[in-house]
Design a protein around this ligand. Sequence first.
Ligand code: NAP
Length: 287
Amino acid sequence: MISSPGGSSSVFGIFGHPVRHSLSPLMHNAALQACGIDSIYVPFDVHPGHLAEAIAGVRALGIRGINLTIPHKTGVIPYLDELDESAAAAGAVNTVKNEDGRLTGYNTDGDGLLRSLAEEFTFSAGNSAIVVIGAGGAAGGAIAAMCRAGARQITIVNRSRDKSAQLASVMTKRYPDTDLSTVGYGEQLAPFLHKADLLVNTTSLGMNGENIEGVDLEALDPAAIVYDMVYAPPVTPLLQEARRLAIRHANGLGMLAAQGELAFHIWTGILPPPGLMKRVLSGISAQ
Ligand code: NAP
């Protein structure tokens, strides 16, 4: 085990603005320690106007890998040398690997969601029908991963119908084997909920106790799963309703841990000890 950084230590980090709320340093440093890797993971508050210089700094300083959080997930793309399919399809990058100054962007959010669903419910997206609430960056990553995993049908529900239509069109071109459609909130959603194996909230609704109006969980099949990417508070109104109806459900803490595990694997070639990152996060969120 490495006790503290020394002269030969390498650096990983996260760029965000603000970044002080980020839980990534805690879980990554715990994983680096547990795996005996001589590195530290540092939060960097990078103003959007300084992103180009910050990325030049990654090359100049030999930082081995970074995560990107709000507001840098799309803004970073022009400064990278290459995009993995996960990032190209999502149009967003949350992980960058630095190989001798050559920077490759990845998106582990979508696969992190699928990994969390597999761990918590042994759910696999293959041949499934899924309703996705929201059409922003998190939805893009999730939908791309679901399509790659062989989802049969994905229905996107969003306040701004132009954004959901645009997202469905982009994904259909990339993944023609999945049937993608869009629908508004309210009554027209009920038949899609009835057929769905999984409902995922990718919006920020619920962070401040908001209900998601126009999504009636009573229309869901009782065997379906409700997944909320929001993890603070741990039980959103959407999850309270799922609990009331005895529908299986989970918040986004498992996804947060899983996207971190996948980023760690991209950088180091190994996965952290099973459950370690989630245990670190659960300890924090319980405080
Ligand atoms: P984003 O690109 O800004 O997209 C936000 C989405 O939420 C859009 O679809 C937007 O609809 C919708 N929305 C926002 N306010 C709304 C309202 N009042 N009524 C209806 N719809 C509303 O954000 P993002 O990057 O996708 O992130 C979304 C959430 O996912 C955040 O809470 C983030 O923390 C969470 N997330 C969690 C994880 C995890 O690991 N658990 C990972 C990534 C993201 P319009 O298009 O109509 O504006």
